[in-house]
Structure formats: structure tokens, C-alpha cells
Design a protein around this ligand. Structure first.
Ligand SMILES: Cc1ncc(COP(=O)(O)O)c(C=O)c1O
Length: 401
């Protein structure tokens, strides 16, 4: 070997060694996947990938409301149902149950033009509209025209058809629930329209309370290890309170189930005295609105299957007025940073009243239904400004407002 080429050969040899090392050290795809799996296992998040938006429904956290717990000496826990991932309310559970049942029965076929019709004050419609998009259906929502405008705006952004109609009693065929049923029938009968119409029927369908019987109820039982003294909730269709009561009372017969009811609703008297009556309903004093309150989503003046199925298990009812609800909504932001809508505020007033009457040492579970963002133009428009002044709202004043 000529002496002049020796440095090149040595150089090439060293380069070869370096490249071979680098090649054998490069992360192969399978080794990289293995490491990734090990890292996920270490973090205990393996398998925590949700199957679409429907996978984000249920298993909501149970939050201790610290301010109310400290003030009452009871543990006041709230199921954060606004964290359901599709429509951000407990109605996600109901909407997916209704849709999956209809699919099983062959009543809905994806991408065929099939359309789900519902009469709702908003939450159920928003859940249905989101899940319909994910499953290849259309949604058509009928709602009263006095409901907060952000709810119908949101429905439109989800691509739903929205009909806002004059509030009317249930005997009126133009009442929003009756109208939704009629529209579904009209769709199916119309040869010009693709697919069929399905009336979701949240007030009467067993899929509603069953969603809470198989979901919300067992979750509360597991999250509290069965240690709870009372469950408090308002009722719109009644699906939540009935489904949860039916599940929990089988296991905890001593549990107190208490209805939180807004002004103008007949459910308070239905629970207390067995009759559906509210003084605002007296002959000659009937108001234009079915339930005369700024609170949306709870309170009703007719018997529904979903309320009646669990009614016998409801031990008591607490009336909550609009001023109490508005002051509580503000209190929850001031003290806990929790920004919720009107029915959640009603639930928290009732839970606090119940805590005071039971005395310290009890554990009470209630529901936070939806975010205050759904109520900016109506319920929240009428509350006092939140100023961070923690001592300017007194809890006793709220309960006695
Ligand atoms: C915001 C909100 N909270 C509570 C409820 C009451 O739930 P349920 O219909 O299960 O009684 C509803 C019902 O529509 C609602 O929209």
C-alpha cells in the first residue's frame, strides 16, 4: 500500500465505525413504539384515548364545593356534568342513549338523511345536535322563544335546524314538544325528504332515566364509596333525579332524595302533597310562560314519565326563588371560581339549605348541570357584578333572599 493512501484508508475506516454505530443506535419504529408504551404505562394513561366525542360522555368528576362545605360543616359534593364532552351537560348521557337505542332498533341509518327531532329548552338539543353530527344524522330542534339566545346560536353553529316558538301550554299543538313530534311525523311522510324523522321524546322515553340509572347513579355510588346521606337535584324531564334515585336507593335505603324546584313549577307540590299545583297556576292568574322564572331547564307543570318513574323515591322538595339562585351563582364564582348556569345554582341553594337542616357531618351530592356561558344573556345578565369582594355576599342572606 503506497504510504500516501494510508491516512485515507484509516479515515474511511473510522467513518465506517461511526456510521455503523449510529445506524445500529437509530430508534427503530418498533423500539420507539415499545418505549412509548412504557412511558404511557408509567404515567398510567395507557388506553386513555377516547373513541370520538361520544367517548367523552360520562365519568365526570365529583367536586367538593369548598366554600359551601366550610360554611355548613357538611361535605357538599357536586357532579360536574358540564364536563360531559359533546354538549357539555347531563343531557349528553340521554342523547347518546336515545340515539344508540334507535340505531339498535334500525330506526336511524347514518348518512341516509335521517333526522332527530326534539323539543327542548336547549341542553338536550345541543347534546343531540353534536352527537348527530358525529354519527351522520341531522338534528331539528324546537324550543321556546324566551330561552337564552346563545343556546339557539350554538345549535345553529352545530348545523341543527332551529325553530323558536311562542311559549305555550302542552295542550297547544304548537307547544315546542308537540311541534317536534309533529315535525318528525311530517318528515317521514314527505317523499321529497331524504331519510326518516325520529322524535327523541326525552320527557317520556325510558332511555332518559335509564341513562342516569346506568351512568350517573353508579358513578356517584363509586365516587363516594357509597358514603352519602342525601342527593339533591332539580327536574326538567325528571330523568336525572329518577334514574339516580332508582339506582342509589336500592343500595342506600336511608338516603334522602330531595327535589330542588324553581318558582312556578308544580313539582314541589307533587312531591310534598301528591298534586301538581302551583299558586301561580290559579284560575285567572295563569301567566304567559309555563314556568315563571329566569331559571332554565328545571321546573314543569305537567306529569312526565321520567319524573313519575322515580317520584315515590323523592322524600322532600325545597323551593328556590330566582334571587336566591342568582346570588348563589355569584357566590360560587366569588368563592370557588365555579361559573355555572341557573339550574346548577338552584341545586346548590337547595343542597345548602338541606345541609343546614341536617346539621354538620353529613355528605350531600348535587349536580352542576351546565356552564354559565349558556346563560349570559338571561340569567347572568340579571346578577350583581362579580367583583372579587369575598365578604359582600352573606350565605344566610342568600338562603333567606
Ligand atoms: C341545564 C339543565 N339542568 C337540568 C336539567 C334537568 O334534567 P332532567 O331533565 O334530567 O330532569 C335540564 C333539562 O333539560 C337542563 O337543561
Amino acid at each position: 500500500m503506497p504510504g500516501s493512501s494510508r491516512p485515507y484508508i484509516i479515515g474511511a475506516f473510522i467513518l465506517g465505525v461511526i456510521l455503523t454505530g449510529a445506524w445500529s443506535n437509530r430508534p427503530s419504529k418498533s423500539r420507539e413504539r415499545k418505549r412509548q408504551a412504557e412511558r404511557l404505562a408509567e404515567l398510567e394513561i395507557n388506553g386513555d384515548i377516547k373513541e370520538g366525542i361520544e367517548g367523552c360522555i360520562g365519568r365526570t368528576p365529583l367536586i367538593k364545593i369548598k366554600s359551601l362545605s366550610d360554611a355548613t360543616g357538611c361535605e357538599i359534593l357536586a357532579k360536574a356534568e358540564f364536563l360531559n364532552g359533546a354538549g357539555n351537560s347531563p343531557k349528553d348521557r340521554v342523547a347518546i342513549s336515545i340515539i344508540e337505542l334507535a340505531e339498535e332498533q334500525g330506526l336511524l341509518i347514518p348518512h341516509s338523511g335521517d333526522t332527530v327531532y326534539e323539543g327542548t329548552v336547549g341542553s338536550t338539543g345541543i347534546s343531540l345536535a353534536a352527537i348527530c353530527r358525529a354519527r351522520g344524522y341531522k338534528a331539528h330542534i324546537c324550543m321556546p322563544d324566551d330561552v337564552a339566545i346563545e343556546k339557539s346560536d350554538l345549535l345553529l353553529k352545530l348545523g341543527a335546524e332551529v325553530e323558536r316558538v311562542r311559549p305555550a301550554p302542552i295542550v297547544d299543538q304548537k307547544q315546542f314538544v308537540n311541534l317536534a313530534r309533529t315535525r318528525a311525523v311530517e318528515h317521514t311522510a314527505d317523499p321529497e325528504k331524504k331519510g326518516r324523522g325520529l322524535f327523541a321524546d326525552q320527557f317520556e322515553t325510558d332511555a332518559n332515566w335509564r341513562a342516569h340509572f346506568t351512568g350517573t347513579g353508579p358513578e356517584i355510588f363509586n365516587q363516594t364509596a357509597g358514603y352519602l346521606d342525601a342527593f339533591v337535584a332539580g327536574a326538567g324531564t325528571g330523568g336525572t333525579i329518577s334514574g339516580v334515585a332508582l339506582y342509589l336507593k336500592q343500595r342506600l335505603p336511608y338516603l334522602r332524595v330531595v327535589l330542588a324546584d324553581p318558582p312556578g313549577s308544580g313539582l314541589y307540590n307533587r312531591v310534598k302533597y301528591g298534586v301538581m299545583f302551583d299558586s301561580k297556576e290559579r284560575e285567572g292568574t295563569r301567566r304567559r310562560h309555563q314556568v315563571d322564572t329566569v331559571v332554565e331547564g328545571i321546573g314543569i307543570n305537567r306529569q312526565t314519565r321520567n319524573f313519575e318513574v322515580g317520584r315515590a323515591l323523592i322524600d322532600d322538595a325545597i323551593r328556590v326563588n330566582d334571587d336566591q339562585a342568582k346570588a348563589m351563582a355569584r357566590w360560587l364564582v366569588e368563592h370557588d371560581g365555579i361559573f355555572v348556569g341557573s339550574s346548577s345554582a338552584v341545586n346548590c341553594v337547595a343542597a345548602t339549605k338541606l345541609a343546614n337542616s341536617l346539621g354538620p357531618g353529613h355528605r350531600i351530592v348535587t349536580i352542576l348541570c351546565d356552564s354559565g356561558a349558556r346563560h349570559l344573556s338571561k340569567f347572568w345578565a340579571n346578577t350583581e357584578p362579580v367583583g372579587g369582594a369575598e365578604d359582600d355576599v352573606d350565605l344566610d342572606d342568600i338562603l333567606n333572599a
